[in-house]
Every structure is written in structure tokens, then in C-alpha cells.
Design a protein around this ligand. Structure first.
Ligand SMILES: *[C@@H]1O[C@H](CO)[C@@H](O)[C@H](O)[C@H]1NC(C)=O
Ligand SMILES: *[C@@H]1O[C@H](CO)[C@@H](O)[C@H](O)[C@H]1NC(C)=O
Ligand SMILES: *[C@@H]1O[C@H](CO)[C@@H](O)[C@H](O)[C@H]1NC(C)=O
Ligand SMILES: *[C@@H]1O[C@H](CO)[C@@H](O)[C@H](O)[C@H]1NC(C)=O
Ligand SMILES: *[C@@H]1O[C@H](CO)[C@@H](O)[C@H](O)[C@H]1NC(C)=O
Ligand SMILES: *[C@@H]1O[C@H](CO)[C@@H](O)[C@H](O)[C@H]1NC(C)=O
Ligand SMILES: *[C@@H]1O[C@H](CO)[C@@H](O)[C@H](O)[C@H]1NC(C)=O
Ligand SMILES: *[C@@H]1O[C@H](CO)[C@@H](O)[C@H](O)[C@H]1NC(C)=O
Length: 539
């Protein structure tokens, strides 16, 4: 059994090998300048009889049938079944006959020339169709000449891409792989160099498997347009070769005379994807065009996909920029006005803000300066009919408000100075112990008695800068005939005017200003601030 199998395999091998290289076709094409051969295909039962003579003949129109031998044509060699041309030339075209005993075989040979500058003959191509992304394999093999050749080159579109013993190309096909691949086998024969070519016409085709087509982009598209202008709606799909892409615009379906559907365009990418797109052109857009949903569909056996386009009127560009500009200006002006208002409010409510700040921060200037009194009150001490008001103010109202309500400690001559003793020295030391000098200014203030207090205080304030002066005016300063020049230089905010006709409440500006001029001190008022002064109600 085994022997028979082996024999059969061997026979089969021999048979295929012979068949591989033998010339079975009747019409044969050869390329001028290239080595070429014809080989008789013996039938399976036939085996060569040494005695049987083998003869080769050629015939063409002008000449009859003539026997071939190497002597009458030097380019031809004969080995039994094989007739070789080194190389084939145009005049070799014609009919060839092989004869062995009664057996005859005929071929018709047509020798063609390559086009000038071309490395292959266009009629001698092996066509190869490869699907994109599928394997592209080009192997330079020649059943007959390969064993004779010691160098092979691979050319693509007649440009060399590889040069070695067995050049090959193996990759996943892309569309730019399409082209003519020529294998050139270089053969030495009788001291001459010949070449044999084998050319593949490689065509890369698209993916033949079907996809479900999809339209690109969102399902609903809002397109901003200007009336009177044109717009092009681009409907683009990833589709199959035969898929239809169309806009659903028909007469009964909202088609206007200014709406035009253009032809479909198909683009294949190098990876083999096919994009089909179709433009809908709307010219001279009018109000009617804004009312429609323009629908585009792609349809295939696998399914349908649709997307919608709606036109929206675009605001005039100039208007928009004008609007933006105006708004910007308004905002800028508002901000400036706001800033100015804040500054003005800050100036007007400077005192309130300062008091609020003192309150919030718990500021206290009185803790470390070693002074006993917050203010020394200087006033005209004789209580006459023309200055009764000022006297009451200094002796009653001031302590009532500043001491009882705001927690300050005042030094009032009548109350705090022990009668007798050196009055002048004592006043001097009391002023030194005070943080502020409150001068209650009335018409007859400039008497001898208070002149000293004033001068001492002014000295402290102006020369030694130990005390600050607060002037409370009952009579305008300008009414005085004698008045120290330096007092006139006092900053206006340090001068407070008392209006006896309208006694102010705790919250009034007068007291706020006075508090502001007084040193910052952390004390809790013992009464509610909104309450009116009981003392004041007497006036
Ligand atoms: C060979 O080619 C000729 C034309 O060139 C044609 O008429 C003939 O049928 C062909 N023969 C075969 C066997 O293909
Ligand atoms: C092959 O030989 C021909 C002459 O027969 C020559 O014109 C051609 O350039 C050769 N091709 C290459 C690739 O060398
Ligand atoms: C016919 O064959 C002869 C001998 O091979 C050759 O010289 C002649 O050119 C050929 N004529 C044609 C037309 O092929
Ligand atoms: C070949 O032909 C001769 C006569 O021409 C004949 O006698 C012979 O038997 C034939 N041989 C074969 C194998 O057909
Ligand atoms: C190719 O082989 C021939 C003989 O068959 C030899 O003369 C020649 O030098 C070889 N060329 C190369 C490049 O090996
Ligand atoms: C190569 O193949 C393509 C596709 O099959 C064909 O269109 C083209 O004509 C072929 N080239 C030549 C030179 O025959
Ligand atoms: C339409 O869109 C496709 C895909 O984005 C693009 O390839 C094509 O060039 C576009 N057509 C036009 C006319 O803009
Ligand atoms: C487009 O599709 C929408 C929703 O399916 C439909 O209401 C509308 O009538 C369609 N428009 C056209 C012009 O067919």
C-alpha cells in the first residue's frame, strides 16, 4: 500500500512539475529582447523513447515550414522538449511545431515590443485584484528562469523598490499600493546578460463587505443664514458604493425654485472608506426657506439614515457689533459712575465709616499713652446772661453725652479742679494729662482767665504736638477782635458748629463728628443710641 501511495505521489509531483513549465496555451506572446522558451507538454502515458526523433519546425507566411536547429539561427537552443530563444526578436513571430514520432504540437507565437521607456509590455500583464486592507502579496518567482538567475529586482511603476535574491512585497493593501509591479530576473547566458520580466497589474478595490451607512454630523443642524445670501448644505455619509444619498426636496415637499440638489460625489480614502456627499444649494434665501426642515437621507439595503437642517436668520453682523459696543460702553459708564458714587459716599460718610471701622476693629488709642483724661474742656467759667448757653453746654451737655453715653472721661474745671491752690500750674498739668482740648468758643471767651488755658493748650498742640484741639463754635471765629492767629489755621473739620436752636440727637452729625475727633476708645455705651438727650430737651 505504502509503496503505491509513494509512487503515485512521486508521479503526481513529476507531472505537475513538468506541467508547470511546459507551454500548454496555443497563442503565446513573447517580449522582444527577453529570453523565451517553448516546452512540449508530454501526455501522462507518454514517456520518452530514446529512439524517437524530436524535431522542431517553424512556418510563417513568406517562408514555408522549415526545420529549426542552432546552426541556422544562433539565438535558438534546442533541448528535447524545449526550444529556447536568447532572446526573442520580432521576426520570431509565427507558428512553431514540435514533432515526436507521429505526435505533433503547434503554437502560435507573437513577439511584441515594449513601449519606449517602459520596463514592461502592457499586453503581458498578470492582473491581480486585492481588496483594501487585505493582504497584498507579490512574490518574484519564475518557474523556468528563476533557477538560472542569480539576481532579481522588483519594480513598482518601473521604479526599483527592492533588489535581492528573492524580492517580495507583503503588506495590507492600501489604495496607493495600486500599480504595476515588475519582477526582473537577470540571467547570464553565454557571457551575455539578459533579463526576463514578469509584471503584475495590481488593482486595489474597496471593501466589498456591506456596511450600514451613516450620515456624518449631528442629527439636527441649525445653520445661520442671512436673507438674500446663498447657502450650501453639505450632506455627507459613510456609505457603500451603490448607496443613494438624496435630499428630500420635492415639489409637494417644500421644494422652492431657489433650492437645487447637486450631484452626488464619492470619495474613497486610502483606507478604503467611501464617503458620499451631496450638496443642497439654496440661493437668495427668503423667509419661506426658514420654515422648512431640509432632510437628507442615505439609503442602502442595510438601512436608512436621515439628518435635518434648519435655517436660522442671523442677526446683522454690524448690528451685533454695534449692540456689543453700546452695551460695553453702558457697562463702562455704569462702572465709572459707581466708582464715583462710592468715592463721594466715602467722602460724605467718612466720619461714619471711620467710626464704624473703629467699632469693628475695637481700636483704642487711650491704653498706652499714660494720660488720665480724654479731653480737657475749656470754657468761660462765669455764667452770665449772654453766655449761659455755652456754660450749660460745657458743664452739662458735654459730660452727659461724652461721659455717660460714650464712656469718655472729661476734665471740667468746675467739677474736677479742687478750689484753692496754684490754679495755673494745675491747669497746665491737667492739659498735659488730657488727649484732647475741647474749646467751647463763645463771644466773651477771650477773657483773662481762660487765656492761659488756651495758650497752654496751643503750646501743647502746636509746639509739642501732644494734644489735639477741638473747637466748638457758638459764635463765628470772624466775630472775634482778638483771636490767636494759630487757631485760625485749625483745619476746618476740627471746628464744630453748635446750633442751640435745634439740639441734635445722639445720632446727629454733630456728635458723630465730635466722636470722630475724640480719641478711639473701646467702651460700651450705657444707653440706647437712638434715645434723645434728656438734657437737650430742656432747650
Ligand atoms: C489565437 O489567437 C487568434 C487571433 O490572434 C484567434 O483567432 C484564435 O482563436 C486563438 N486561438 C486560441 C486557441 O486561443
Ligand atoms: C532588460 O533588457 C533590455 C534589453 O533586452 C534593456 O533594454 C532593459 O533596460 C533591461 N532591463 C533592466 C531592468 O535592466
Ligand atoms: C519567416 O521566417 C523566416 C525565417 O525564420 C524569417 O527570416 C522571416 O523574416 C519570417 N517572416 C515573417 C513575416 O515573419
Ligand atoms: C505512425 O505512423 C506510421 C505510418 O505513417 C504507423 O505505421 C505507426 O503505427 C504510427 N505510430 C503511432 C504510434 O501511431
Ligand atoms: C551570476 O551567475 C553567472 C553565472 O551563472 C556569473 O557569471 C555571474 O558572475 C553571477 N553574478 C552575480 C552577481 O553573482
Ligand atoms: C490594469 O488593471 C486595471 C483594472 O483591472 C485596468 O483598468 C487597466 O487597464 C489594466 N492596465 C493595463 C495596462 O491593462
Ligand atoms: C462635504 O463634506 C465632506 C465630508 O466632510 C467633504 O469631504 C466634502 O468635500 C464636502 N463638500 C463640499 C462641497 O464642501
Ligand atoms: C423633514 O423631517 C421632518 C421630521 O421628520 C418633517 O417634519 C419634515 O416635514 C421633513 N421635511 C421635508 C422637507 O420633507
Amino acid at each position: 500500500m505504502h509503496h503505491i501511495e509513494l509512487l503515485l505521489t512521486l508521479l503526481a509531483l513529476m507531472f505537475t512539475r513538468t506541467l508547470e513549465t511546459c507551454t500548454s496555451r496555443f497563442n503565446i506572446t513573447a517580449v522582444r529582447g527577453e529570453p523565451f522558451y517553448l516546452k512540449y507538454c508530454p501526455s501522462a502515458s507518454e514517456h520518452k523513447n530514446e529512439a524517437t526523433a524530436i524535431k522542431w519546425y517553424k512556418s510563417n507566411e513568406s517562408h514555408g515550414r522549415i526545420e529549426l536547429n542552432s546552426r541556422n539561427s544562433p539565438r535558438i537552443t534546442l533541448h528535447d522538449y524545449i526550444l529556447e530563444f536568447w532572446p526573442a526578436e520580432l521576426e520570431d513571430s509565427g507558428s512553431y511545431f514540435f514533432q515526436m514520432g507521429n505526435d505533433t504540437r503547434e503554437w502560435k507565437l507573437n513577439v511584441i515590443a515594449r513601449r519606449k521607456y517602459s520596463c514592461f509590455a502592457e499586453k503581458q500583464l498578470i492582473s491581480k485584484i486585492v481588496e483594501v486592507q487585505k493582504s497584498l502579496h507579490i512574490n518574484c518567482e519564475h518557474t523556468y528562469y528563476q533557477k538560472l538567475s542569480n539576481r532579481t529586482s522588483l519594480y513598482k511603476n518601473c521604479e526599483k523598490i527592492e533588489n535581492n535574491k528573492n524580492p517580495a512585497l507583503q503588506k495590507n493593501a492600501e489604495f496607493n499600493d495600486q500599480g504595476y509591479y515588475t519582477c526582473v530576473f537577470f540571467i547570464h547566458h553565454n557571457g551575455k546578460l539578459f533579463n526576463v520580466t514578469k509584471t503584475f497589474n495590481v488593482t486595489v478595490v474597496g471593501d466589498r463587505s456591506k456596511i450600514i451607512p451613516v450620515l456624518l454630523g449631528p442629527k439636527l443642524n441649525h445653520v445661520k443664514v442671512e436673507l438674500g445670501k446663498d447657502v450650501e448644505l453639505n450632506c455627507s455619509a459613510l456609505a457603500n458604493e451603490k448607496d443613494a444619498v438624496y435630499w428630500n426636496v420635492w415639489e409637494e415637499n417644500g421644494k422652492e425654485p431657489n433650492v437645487h440638489e447637486e450631484d452626488i460625489t464619492r470619495i474613497r480614502t486610502l483606507e478604503g472608506k467611501l464617503y458620499a456627499s451631496r450638496i443642497l444649494r439654496i440661493e437668495n434665501i427668503n423667509e419661506k426657506n426658514l420654515l422648512f426642515s431640509y432632510n437628507c437621507s442615505v439609503a442602502s439595503e442595510g438601512g436608512t439614515d436621515t439628518i435635518h437642517f434648519v435655517l436660522l436668520k442671523k442677526e446683522d453682523m454690524a448690528d451685533i457689533s454695534g449692540y456689543v459696543f453700546t452695551r460695553g460702553m453702558i457697562i463702562a459708564v455704569l462702572i465709572s459712575v459707581g466708582v464715583v458714587c462710592l468715592v463721594i459716599i466715602g467722602v460724605i460718610y467718612r466720619v461714619d465709616l471711620a467710626l464704624f471701622y473703629r467699632h469693628c476693629m475695637g481700636k483704642d488709642e487711650t491704653l498706652t499713652d499714660g494720660k488720665t483724661y480724654d479731653a480737657f474742656v475749656s470754657y468761660l467759667r462765669e455764667c452770665g446772661p449772654e453766655n449761659g448757653e455755652e456754660y450749660t453746654f460745657a458743664v452739662k451737655i458735654l459730660p452727659e453725652v461724652l461721659e455717660k453715653h460714650f464712656g469718655y472721661k472729661l476734665c471740667i474745671f468746675e467739677r474736677d479742679v479742687v478750689p484753692g491752690g496754684a490754679v495755673v500750674d494745675e491747669i497746665h498739668s491737667l492739659i498735659e494729662k488730657s488727649r484732647r482740648l475741647i474749646i467751647v468758643l463763645s463771644k466773651s471767651y477771650m477773657s483773662n482767665e481762660v487765656r492761659y488755658e488756651l495758650e497752654s493748650g496751643l503750646h501743647e498742640a502746636l509746639v509739642e504736638r501732644k494734644i489735639k484741639i477741638i473747637l466748638i463754635e457758638f459764635t463765628p471765629v470772624s466775630d472775634f477782635t482778638f483771636f490767636p492767629q494759630s487757631l485760625k489755621l485749625l483745619k476746618s473739620h476740627r471746628v464744630l458748629k453748635w446750633n442751640a436752636d435745634k439740639p441734635p440727637s445722639y445720632n446727629s452729625r454733630f456728635w458723630k463728628n465730635l466722636l470722630y475727633l475724640m480719641p478711639a476708645k473701646m467702651v460700651k455705651p450705657c444707653r440706647a443710641e437712638s434715645e434723645d438727650l434728656t438734657v437737650l430737651s430742656k432747650f
